[in-house]
Design a protein around this ligand. Sequence first.
Ligand code: ADP
Length: 150
Amino acid sequence: MKQDKKEDDELETTFVLLKPDAIERALVGDIIARFERKGLKLVRAEMRVVSKELAARHYAHLVGKPFYPKIEAFITRGPVLATAWRGRDAIDVVRRLVGATDAALAEPGTIRGDWACLYTENLVHASDSPDAARRELANFFPNDPEFGER
Ligand code: ADP
């Protein structure tokens, strides 16, 4: 149980990336609906293709791992939808809606649990901390007056 319960008007903003498999499999509407119905507000959305440079910045903690080339090939292979969501405790709320990284183990009822069963192709990325959210929003929305400043 969390001790630092957030007030209803204490809003957080988090970053969610709908990965190429979400676009290819036409799951964008379903995924966005999950966040909206939970009560989160979509505040930014931009479709783009991730360059190798952006992939390396976003996955800096994984560059150099044996499986990094596979992640890079996947995340750069087609358009993604970069989004920002706002709401009470948004970072943790979104992580719970998304489910475990290994989609085969993700609980039914979560996005990965219902619609994915691979490890690399797991439909979405979501920030796991306030620092990660700030960094990732700046990486994907560098020209945005709210998120672009580091
Ligand atoms: P999350 O996306 O849940 O925050 P990570 O940041 O650890 O998880 O990993 C980023 C992404 O890299 C994962 O969502 C997954 O697509 C991929 N990935 C991580 N570890 C592996 C691995 N061992 N083999 C293949 N893909 C991996």
